[in-house]
Design a binder for this molecule. Structure first.
Ligand SMILES: [Zn+2]
Length: 286
């Protein structure tokens, strides 16, 4: 009987702004889940979309993680440096006959954003590369809660007309090459999961297990993000920030120290996925 692969988890922020409380929730959940299971924890910067990037945001995010005692294993990887891997994956999918060219625009697509191979690109036209998907990739979430089933889209863009790679392609290629076994992330990405599982299978990789943490919302019920006015984390208050996050995640609080790393070490054996509530509530900011 072959040995199960070791646990390898990851946190994969986009450098579109500083780390805020909502992203700290996802970072802490993935970190503690990995450490609790004796696993490794990697950090990947998802800098695929240069126009959306904010100068200095990557370094600021890494500095915040360090200040909060969230120390990663192995080198930080950057998606902007991995075009060769994404091209190789596209070529592999192409050889399998799964890709097709598409010239649809948002205006000509149906409500689901699916092309269905109905358009007919002229030779030499700038095309997006789409994948035709079939099947049914429902999954069991690692984290508790009542989850609506997520459906697999019929076809999705993997490389845009402007040659930018789609998030779904990059994330699946990186998770595969880095041997990620467990993805604990925000529930805002849950709708992507069947697609990602399907792409892993198309590329011949075993898909990781997925767990989705409820997203932290503001008083109006909007996801806490830069667009909804989330404040950058104050690294000088790292211990307080971590205590807030552990409380929101329903975890048993360890004896509080004034050292972020020691606090996380003490929280690791107490980590319990089953205690994560269905909605996250921050008593401090509400
Ligand atoms: Zn099309």
């Amino acid at each position: 009987m072959s040995k199960a692969p070791e646990y390898r988890g990851r946190f994969a922020p986009s450098p579109t702004g500083p780390l805020h409380l909502g992203s700290l929730v996802a970072a802490v959940a993935s970190y503690l889940d990995a450490r609790h299971h004796g696993g490794r924890w990697l950090v990947r910067i998802e800098d695929l979309d240069p126009p959306r990037e904010v100068a200095g945001a990557s370094d600021g995010i890494l500095e915040s993680l360090r200040a909060h005692g969230l120390h990663w294993d192995e080198e930080v990887s950057y998606q902007s440096q991995r075009s060769d891997a994404y091209d190789a994956a596209l070529a592999q999918l192409d050889r399998s006959g799964l890709l097709f060219d598409c010239v649809c625009t948002r205006a000509t697509l149906g409500p689901g954003g699916s092309c269905g191979q109905r358009c007919h690109p002229e030779p030499g036209a700038a095309v997006a590369r789409r994948i035709a998907l079939t099947g049914d990739d429902h999954f069991i979430d690692l984290l508790p809660g009542e989850h609506a089933p997520e459906d697999l889209p019929d076809d999705v863009v993997l490389r845009r007309k402007d040659n930018l790679y789609a998030y779904a392609l990059a994330v699946v290629v990186d998770d595969g090459l880095q041997g990620i076994t467990h993805v604990i992330r925000g529930a805002d990405l849950r709708g992507q999961t069947p697609l990602q599982i399907s792409l892993h299978r198309c590329l011949g990789n075993p898909p990781p297990a997925f767990g989705h943490v409820p997203v932290l919302t503001n008083a109006e019920g909007q996801k806490l993000s830069k667009q909804t006015g989330a404040q950058a984390l104050d690294n000088a208050c790292a211990v307080d920030n971590l205590v807030r996050v552990l409380r929101m995640l329903g975890q048993t609080l360890p004896t509080v120290t004034d050292n972020a790393q020691a606090l996380l070490e003490a929280a690791t054996p107490l980590w319990d996925r089953r205690r994560i509530p269905q909605t996250l509530f921050d008593p401090v900011s509400s």
